[in-house]
Ligand binder design. Structure first.
Ligand code: SF4
Ligand code: SF4
Ligand code: F3S
Length: 265
């Protein structure tokens, strides 16, 4: 109760804001617990009450008052083509704002496939030169929390870890927290028994679909995708894509848009 909250600046680049949508739906810990007890969300172009110059002043004040101590959370990736003109925030390019804000951050959290690996914006032919955060910022520790979006409890779990232990969690080879990305969807999938028995869905509208057989022959990427969807699940443990009858499209793996097709015939 006496521990000071960690200051957080949350920037938004080229993105769809669904990472924020996911974040505010965390059930354990709740978003209220996060923002009232663990972090001080000083700047967030989506959630802050302030706007315009007032909000930009808050970002600069946090950077000065908490130099080297604040966490920079980034949702979205960075337009690099033509000096970053395809993503402008507060009168400057997101490219410049990111570089400026990262300079004195303690660490960076890259939310979602966009910030971690690029996502749809940097899929071929990548017209705006969209790049993940790690290609722009090279001198800060970065934790990638991919998924499109990431699971809410995975996002708040990363923040809880930092708040509790004062350091980033252990990371895998793609800088993802091992605690949430160490097993494949396939390892814990409830349809695994059908996979092992060779019982596969071959069409989205036949009896095999109604019986809930394995989606591998429909293009499921669960065997090569590392994430917590088949264990933690979504919406407070309600379901996940495969539970709703859709193959995993590998949204927590690098360049999943270019690693298609999403469907096989
Ligand atoms: Fe949206 Fe996906 Fe990017 Fe998150 S990772 S901002 S959900 S497109
Ligand atoms: Fe594996 Fe996908 Fe089949 Fe589940 S549905 S058992 S993740 S291939
Ligand atoms: Fe993404 Fe696959 Fe989970 S598509 S949401 S990693 S089941």
């Amino acid at each position: 109760e006496t521990k000071p909250r960690t200051p957080v600046i949350w920037l938004h680049g080229l993105e769809c804001t669904c990472c924020s949508e996911s974040f505010i739906r965390s059930s354990h810990p709740t978003i209220e617990d996060i923002i009232f007890n663990m972090i001080s969300l000083d700047y967030d172009d989506v959630l802050s009450a302030a706007a315009g110059h007032q909000l930009e002043d808050v970002r600069k004040k946090t950077m000065t008052d908490y130099k080297g101590k604040y966490i920079l959370a980034v949702e979205g990736n960075v337009s690099t083509k033509d000096d970053g003109v395809y993503c402008m925030v507060g009168g400057d390019s997101f490219l410049n704002t990111l570089r400026e804000t990262a300079a004195d951050a303690a660490a960076i959290i890259a939310w979602g496939a966009c910030a971690s690996f690029g996502c749809v914006q940097n899929a071929d032919p990548n017209p705006t030169g969209a790049a993940p955060i790690s290609e722009i910022i090279k001198d800060k520790p970065i934790v990638n929390v991919p998924g499109c979006p990431p699971i809410a409890e995975v996002m708040t779990g990363v923040i809880t870890h930092f708040h509790t232990f004062g350091k980033l969690p252990d990371l895998d080879r793609f800088n993802r927290p091992k605690a949430f990305y160490k097993t494949r969807i396939h390892d814990k999938c409830y349809r695994r028994a059908f996979f092992d028995a060779g019982m596969f869905v071959r069409s989205f509208d036949d009896e095999s679909t109604r019986k809930g057989w394995c989606l591998y022959k429909m293009g499921c990427k669960g065997p090569t995708t590392y994430n917590s969807c088949s264990t933690i699940q979504w919406n407070d443990g309600t379901s996940f894509p495969i539970g709703s009858g859709h193959p995993c499209i590998g949204c927590s793996e690098p360049h999943f848009w270019d690693n298609g097709p999403f469907y096989k015939r």
